[in-house]
Design a protein around this ligand. Structure first.
Ligand code: FES
Length: 146
């Protein structure tokens, strides 16, 4: 009984399968990039990451609370992050697919992006992103008439 309780406390926040987590690379020595996630509770989580990894994979590999329901295919808004304005303009513009999904996100802001579409590069070294208080995963039944 006690063992079961211990296992429960170690469960990651994400509800996606564990074997889909952790698609991140170890940064080469001297080539580490830095990103800080700010959790819903306001805790700051600084991480060293590799160029080419996206924020969804990074968050899930570090057991941060980012669902990523569509697995990074730009078909949900559960990887919504709010980007520090200092870095927002350093990113490429969101494409139409990303904008369509962002329109469905709770708590959309001027600097909202989808984490799965943000790929780390040298320009984003030091990036800070906040995880919104809520995300929404729309499903077909959400559109059914009640
Ligand atoms: Fe679904 Fe990013 S994980 S859009």
């Amino acid at each position: 009984m006690q063992k079961a309780a211990l296992n429960m406390s170690r469960r990651p926040f994400s509800s996606t399968m564990v074997n889909r987590h952790g698609h991140v690379h170890k940064p080469n020595p001297g080539e580490e990039l830095h990103v800080t996630f700010i959790t819903k509770e306001g805790e700051q989580i600084p991480l060293e990451v590799a160029k080419g990894d996206n924020l969804l994979d990074i968050a899930q590999a570090n057991n941060l609370d980012m669902e990523g329901a569509c697995g990074g295919s730009c078909a949900c808004s559960t990887c919504h992050v709010i980007v520090d304005p200092e870095f927002y303009d350093k990113m490429e513009e969101p494409d139409d697919d990303e904008n369509d999904m962002l329109d469905l996100a709770f708590g959309l802001t001027e600097t909202s992006r989808l984490g799965c579409q943000i790929v780390m590069n040298e320009d984003l070294d030091g990036l800070r992103v906040a995880l919104p208080a809520m995300t929404r995963n729309l499903q077909a039944r959400d559109f059914e008439k009640k």
